[in-house]
Design a protein around this ligand. Structure first.
Ligand code: PKZ
Length: 172
């Protein structure tokens, strides 16, 4: 099967924070950010698989920094690992300083998408080959994140999550 690189799926969405998208503290509403990340991640998953894709799970979201009204927000999504029919998508969120234009990291998230056919049945996706150091780190850690997600969803028995268990055993 075809091999693809994380860069092939890179998807960047840049947009403003408008008053209708903020909470009472005048910061970006969390649900709005989740929706922007879902949109970017779905395009990245689609670019990797060239298939219909559906969100299977949201594995991790860190709202580390509030994003004020008027901010320029950039959501960057890339496939970090493929499995058989599923893909992990890593999303980094940046805000831009109004005066200097310097970008700082505000948030990140990890979503899982599944490629499906016209009737909604999962189909195989191309293999991903990480290139950079960061892409390799994210690729290596993705299997234990998948196992954790499946355990939490009740789709895998904890005793079968070997990669996840190794994380705790190695830290004893
Ligand atoms: C090209 C450029 C132009 C772009 C042009 C724009 C296009 C832009 C695209 C627009 C596209 C909109 C994208 C909207 C995205 C939604 O908003 S979709 C709406 C929300 N999501 C849904 O409705 C999904 C509903 N769920 C389902 O359909 C099924 O549960 C699923 C996700 C297909 C999984 O089906 P299943 O029967 O459980 O199948 P199963 O074989 O057990 O699992 C399939 C894979 O999912 C994995 N999986 C299942 N559950 C989990 C879980 N909880 N955690 C982790 N992995 C899981 C399994 O491990 C398996 O992985 P592999 O080992 O095969 O890799």
């Amino acid at each position: 099967m075809e091999v693809k690189y994380p860069e092939d799926s890179k998807t960047t969405l840049t947009d403003l924070v408008l008053p209708s998208e903020t909470n009472p503290l005048n910061n970006l509403f969390g649900g709005e950010l989740l929706a922007r990340m879902d949109r970017a991640a779905s395009i990245a998953a689609r670019r990797h698989s060239r298939r219909i894709v559906v969100t299977a799970s949201v594995n991790h979201v860190a709202f580390n920094k509030a994003i004020p009204l008027g901010s320029v927000v950039t959501v960057e999504a890339k496939v970090s690992r493929n499995f058989k029919t599923s893909m992990e998508i890593f999303i980094d969120v940046w805000i831009e300083d109004r005066e200097s234009g310097k970008r700082s990291k505000a948030n990140e998230a990890i979503y899982t998408f599944v490629a499906v056919d016209d009737t909604g049945n999962p189909v195989e996706v191309p293999k991903l080959e990480p290139q950079t150091k960061l892409e390799k780190e994210r690729f290596d850690a993705a299997l234990r994140r998948k196992q954790l997600s499946l355990v939490l969803a009740g789709k895998m028995k904890p005793q079968n999550a070997t990669e996840l268990k190794a994380l705790f055993e190695n830290n004893k």
